[in-house]
Design a binder for this molecule. Structure first.
Ligand code: IVH
Length: 686
């Protein structure tokens, strides 16, 4: 059959694409395409070449096993070629069935012959490494390269703590162990965090990594071993290359599983999730069980691997081109996919943080359909250069929320404007602010902002604020979602019927909540201030503010300069308080709460309030007979004392009640005066 120009054109285009993407992947460690997408192109080319073999050329990407080598590392010729395994693209149970059926057919097994024994392993998503030991010493570590020739990365591999540098006495004189170098998910997240910080600090030649595998590949092929050492890598052994024969001090294994157990006994990490599986049903069960565990594993896998256990059977099965017939990789749904950005929305989180989120052409990734993916923040978005209309790589691994990890630059449409953060909160219209040195933009709407309302109510109701018992998360969710509470003061306006009408709310508990609301109305200024949830105003700052200004109106009207006069209030906190009370709706909320009957005793400004215990540090321990720990703390702080959590030489008094523990021992040991409740009361009175 003659090759038509159309087919030739497509084949040329596929080869050019595959060359380009292989270079980005193997040489630059910066892929633009998810693996699954690359595989699709690869398989299309393979299919065309299979139908018309005259299309085949020796330099076709289909004729290579792995990648090219980087200049800068010495080349290593593998003693035993590093092969690849066939991938079963059918991700359903039938994929395992098809493999078992093929094996049985090749072995000429009758239908009623007993099941074939396999070893089922995880398919780690890292990079293959060959470790060569001579007389028990690690002498060389090499990447797979093109399967025949790899790169000498011994220096970098030596930095991986899990790889033994020396083997026990019973190891053979020559041993090549093969396995996967990978980066755990937690290590990957940490590394990217560090990379982001470096970039934010102005570093020019740094980048974040798309996924753990690329980070691992980058670290292994890092020319500077000092940098490689800072990249936390791990290793799992799953095979071997050259090994001394039995008559030259080598092992006499008969099965893959036996060999793995021996590798483990020599100190190599072999995954605990490696097991014998008999016949297709046990392969299927393994694939399904691991599929369920996949999200919880501390590292990425992209499938499982089945290997015929018996070496005799492996020999019988042999190889096709460069793949053994006795092994197969059975995949899971890809965790990265290509899709288009339809828009960029801004979501407001529970703390007011604004997150740019890419609205996507829905795509099946990591086992679910994803139509939104986070872009983290404006800086991350700019770094990636994502714009509306772009083709992007979306990743969803583990329970991590889906994220855009890369942009396919070549696929960018004609001019699209850069994304900008809105100046007003998309939920409530309040001013959007970003503090110096912070990467996140925030809505300054606080209590008024719907997105922050649930959080705000829970904060207001907590024990250390207005202390509204029974107003927990579930109830608040229902109240906000049912629109019973739009602003904080609505808490005090809802009646018994509104509460009792809610799901799973008995009239008795509704009454209890109402009673708790009623008694919360009598409070203190620090509790109320803290309860408002002004960013950066914790309990201590609320107390400082109340003490310094005495009255709420004085705080609400204070300028940044005046706020800075409060002890322990710095520019960031002052700015935050000022911005909060500048928002008319926040002032409105405060007025309405007062109108609902929330009240406290106002004091005089601090200058005139006596602070006889200023500069004294007191530690409370054990249970006092009448005062609660909170009450004792409030009384002490009202007179200027600082209440600390641990005893040191600088502690002035330790107040001890029943069942005081180590703090009392320490006070005695250090000679710090110890008071009981009566002693405390006379200190407060003096
Ligand atoms: S066995 C002859 N076992 O998947 C068999 N490979 O092409 C050689 N991989 O790049 C490979 N986990 O790095 C084998 N448990 C496992 C594996 C595994 C991950 C990688 C390997 C290679 C690719 C297979």
């Amino acid at each position: 059959m003659a090759v038509t120009p159309k087919v030739q054109e497509r084949v040329d285009a596929l080869r050019a694409l595959l060359h380009h993407h292989a270079h980005r992947y193997y040489v630059l460690d910066a892929p633009e395409l998810p693996d699954a997408e690359y595989d699709k192109l690869f398989q299309e080319l393979q299919a065309l070449e299979a139908v018309q073999p005259e299309l085949l050329t020796p330099d076709s990407p289909t004729q290579r096993v792995g990648g090219q080598t980087l200049d800068g590392f010495a080349k290593v010729r593998h003693q035993v070629p590093m092969l690849s395994i066939r991938t079963e693209t059918d991700i359903e149970a039938s994929g395992a069935q098809a493999f078992d059926a093929r094996v049985r057919k090749e072995l000429g097994l009758a239908e009623d012959a007993p099941p074939v024994e396999y070893v089922a392993e995880l398919k780690f998503d890292g990079l293959a490494i060959n470790l060569r030991y001579e007389n028990g010493v690690l002498v060389q570590a090499a990447t797979r390269g093109d399967g025949e020739i790899g790169e000498d990365v011994t220096q970098n591999i030596r930095t991986i703590g899990q790889i033994p540098l020396r083997l026990p006495k019973d190891a053979p004189p020559v041993l090549e162990v093969r396995g996967e170098v990978y980066m755990g998910r937690a290590d990957f997240d940490k590394l990217n965090e560090i990379q982001r910080a470096k970039i934010d600090a102005g570093a020019k030649n740094e980048k974040t990594f798309v996924n753990p595998r690329n980070a691992a590949a980058g670290a292994v092929r890092q020319l500077d071993p000092a940098i490689a050492r800072q990249r936390p890598l791990s290793f799992f052994a799953y095979g071997w290359g050259e090994v001394s024969p039995a008559d030259q001090g080598g092992p006499d294994f008969h099965s893959h599983y036996e060999a793995l157990l021996t590798l483990r006994s020599w100190g190599f990490p072999v995954s605990a999730r490696t097991q014998i599986a008999k016949g297709a049903p046990e392969l299927i069960a393994f694939h399904q069980a691991v599929g369920k565990e996949r999200d919880d594993l501390p590292f990425d896998i992209d499938g499982v691997v089945y290997k015929v256990n018996s070496f005799a059977l492996q020999r019988q099965l042999g190889f096709v081109t460069r793949e053994p017939r006795w092994a197969v990789a059975h995949k899971y749904p890809a965790q990265e996919q290509l899709t288009r950005v339809l828009g960029i929305d801004v979501q407001v989180g529970r703390t007011g943080k604004l997150t740019p989120v890419a609205r996507l052409d829905p795509v099946f990734v990591g086992g679910t359909t994803v139509s939104n993916a986070t872009l983290h923040n404006l800086f991350e978005l700019r770094r990636k250069g994502a714009r509306i209309g772009d083709t992007v790589v979306v990743r969803r691994a583990g329970d991590v929320i889906p994220e855009v990890v890369g942009v396919v630059a070549a696929a960018r449409p004609a001019y699209v404007p850069n994304f900008r953060m809105p100046r007003a909160c998309p939920v409530c219209g309040s001013a959007v602010v970003r503090e110096k040195g912070e990467v996140n933009h925030r809505c300054s709407g606080g209590l008024f902002c719907g997105a922050q309302r649930k959080q705000a109510i829970l904060h207001y109701a907590q024990r250390r604020a207005l202390d509204i018992e029974g107003l927990g998360e579930k109830l608040v969710d229902q109240l906000v979602e049912g629109n019973a509470i739009k602003v904080l003061p609505d808490l005090y306006r809802m009646g018994l019927s509104a509460l009792a009408a809610l799901d799973r709310m008995a009239e008795k508990s509704a009454q209890n909540v109402l009673a708790a609301l009623e008694s919360s109305k009598q409070t203190t200024l620090p509790r109320f201030l803290y309860g408002l949830g002004v960013r950066h105003v914790g309990e201590a700052t609320a107390k400082d503010l109340a003490r310094h200004f005495g009255k709420l109106d004085a705080i609400m009207d204070a300028g940044v300069e005046q706020l800075l006069e409060v002890p322990d209030v710095g520019p960031i906190v002052a700015e935050s308080i000022h911005t909060f009370f500048q928002q008319p709706h926040n002032r409105e909320v405060v007025e309405q709460l007062r109108a609902c009957g929330v009240h406290w005793e106002e004091g005089e400004p601090a200058a005139r309030a006596p602070q006889p215990l200023a500069g004294k540090t007191v530690v409370l321990t054990g249970t006092l007979p009448t005062l609660s720990r909170e009450e004792a703390k409030e009384k002490l702080e009202a007179l200027g004392a600082k209440v600390a959590g641990s005893v040191s030489k600088k502690t002035d008094y330790v107040v001890a009640g029943a069942e005081a523990g180590s703090k009392l021992d320490k006070a005695v040991a250090l000679g710090v005066p110890v008071l009981d409740e009566a002693g405390l009361l006379s200190l407060l009175a003096s």
